[in-house]
Ligand binder design. Structure first.
Ligand SMILES: [Zn+2]
Length: 318
């Protein structure tokens, strides 16, 4: 697109400012540590940690480690070192990669495996250090996706691939196309005294809404929390995209979609004052500013130009 064209339907200086925000706000490719997740899962199993297992060593994790150390009469430093891990018993060992993980395995390595799967966008259900059917399914799906023998067992090859992030593109994280052809109205953040968790596209009712990228429909139906007719897509690397206030929905839960698949039509259902699309990007369940993840092209436009060539491409289509 030539320089100086209005690309997002906003004046060029605003577009430039948004680009700068995008550069500053882009998060690291992978957040959280598998080891921290394993500590959290072990402490959760003992009822000492109630928050989400997210691999982020925050104050709640530290407090849980300290209360465990106090209980076990270890030196209380809030760090899960070798002695603390030994005291965690079967949930503090063994090291990831020291055995092939099969159904009903329990341990430190299972929790790390579950966290790595979750980080790549293959949800094991819960990160609890116990290898149930959800974890086996996630291993199987991951193995199929990266093209290694799919047996649902996490052996050295699968673990090596997960550790180095095969199947994800750390240098090219998830990107989304615009879900429709239209200008962006309200942005992400604090808008008019309220917290806005997505981008609004104020366009006429009935405008076609396209999937911003490849994924699976996780929810398609009416949301009573204000989103109205809502479609939620699950993408890789823990990303979701949300499409709210639709007049009608065109997909069903479990359906696989590509960038450009018709999801539904713009409406004003739920908590909405007029026809618009509310578009949200969530990572590990938390709304994030979509701008760093949104490409200049629209899904509607790209879909019309035919199926993309996927060899070597790193786009939401592939
Ligand atoms: Zn909105």
């Amino acid at each position: 697109m030539p320089r100086g064209r209005i690309r997002w339907g906003v004046p060029v200086p605003v577009a430039v400012a948004l680009t700068l925000i995008a550069l500053i706000a882009a998060p690291p490719a992978s957040a959280g540590s598998p080891k921290v997740a394993a500590v959290q899962a072990a402490l959760k199993a003992r009822g000492l940690y109630a928050a989400e297992v997210d691999g982020v060593a925050g104050p709640l994790t530290r407090a849980a480690v300290m209360s465990f150390q106090r209980r076990k009469r270890l030196s209380v430093d809030g760090v899960a070192g070798p002695r603390t891990r030994r005291a965690l018993g079967r949930r503090g060992r063994p090291a990831l990669g020291s055995r092939v993980l099969a159904p009903s395995a329990v341990g430190w390595d299972v929790a790390m495996l579950q966290f790595l799967l979750w980080r790549e966008g293959y949800s094991p259900g819960a990160i609890d250090g116990a290898m149930g059917p959800g974890t086996s399914r996630a291993v199987y799906a991951y193995q199929r996706a990266i093209g290694i023998g799919a047996d649902g067992l996490a052996g050295p090859r699968t673990i090596r691939a997960l550790r180095r992030g095969a199947g994800s593109h750390p240098d090219s994280p998830v990107r989304f196309y615009h879900p429709l052809n239209g200008p962006i109205g309200d942005g992400f953040g604090h808008v008019g005294g309220r917290r806005h968790t997505g981008l609004d596209f104020p366009v006429p009712g009935g405008t076609r809404i396209k999937a911003g990228g490849r994924g699976v429909v996780e929810f398609a139906g009416f949301n009573t929390g204000g989103y109205g007719n809502l479609v939620v897509l699950r993408h890789r690397l823990g990303f979701q995209s949300w499409y709210a206030h639709m007049s009608r929905i065109a997909v069903r839960p479990g359906q696989a979609v590509n960038g450009g698949t018709l999801l539904g039509w713009v409406g004003s259902t739920g908590r909405s004052t007029g026809p618009h699309l509310h578009f949200e990007v969530r990572r590990y369940g938390t709304p994030v500013n979509p701008i760093p993840y949104v490409l200049p092209g629209t899904a509607a436009y790209r879909a019309a130009s035919g199926p993309p060539a996927c060899a070597g491409a790193r786009t939401p289509f592939c």
